[in-house]
Design a binder for this molecule. Sequence first.
Ligand SMILES: [Zn+2]
Length: 335
Amino acid sequence: MLPIHPALSIRLLPRRAAVLAFVACATACALVGCGEHGAGTRGEGAGLSTAGEGKPSVVATTPVVADLVRAIAGDRAEVTALITPGVDPHLWAPTRTEVLQILEADAVFMNGLLLEGRAGDAFARVEVSGRPVVRLAETLPKADLLTDAENPSRFDPHVWMDPLLWARTAPAVRDALVKVDPAGKEEFDRNLAAFEDLARELDRECALILSAVPPSARVLVTAHDAFGYFGKRYGLELRGIQGISTESEPSLAAIESLVAEMSERRVPALFAESTVSDRSVRAVIDGCAARGHEVLLGETLFSDSLGRAGTPEGTWKGMMLHNARSIARALGGGS
Ligand SMILES: [Zn+2]
């Protein structure tokens, strides 16, 4: 009988035991502050097998990612969204329980491009095991991505704000699901085609709604730079009080410069976002008022998250339409 290579023997551990070994190590390392895990923890993945009976269990990071994965998976997979609606993905870090969910999943879907910038290395560890980890936005050609004006080496991760661009990440979801459930291929193909139709219809609807905004008012001022792809697609000039991430606070100089520009150009409205503190938004409104320019606070937009489950904004399509209508109304584009 051939001897089993030590690395292979670790890979053959039952997934649960290996996962617990990793979590224990991760916890210990967090306590003592070490940056690297020891060699004994590299086998947390136990191969491609699913948990056994029943449907594959897959996890998605944000509610937007989970919405897409559910659309393609239909009833053939259990899809868990790790980040609850209203939580800022830029600031999210998985809890111990969520790390366990990631490590035990048959496939993992995330936005990527550093949207989940504090997610840690649990996702990379699933990759080591050979199970699919799909960073949706990173499947798009770099030429189609926007870059951060302040940091040109960094890409804007908010690709779901352009329906057609987001739909182009959907084949990667289908491909990963086929890997864990080959028998579902036909259904995944059908669901993918339906999702692409939905995205095209949504795009037409958003374009129609926003076409009513007069040219002089086509400036979209939001709490952070989440609407770059939206603005590019629908012809709106963008101003974010914070940059493409919410990890740092906006500077006073940035707020003052925005106040000056909005007052000078008589920009009629600005928008808070459901996942971002509205403190800086209110500072801009107050600053404009002090200069004699009254700014309307539009309805809160959904940028990096969906609304509550069961509400119209609890789906990607619903939140996009909510945003388009709220922006059009506040910028003078109808009721
Ligand atoms: Zn964001």
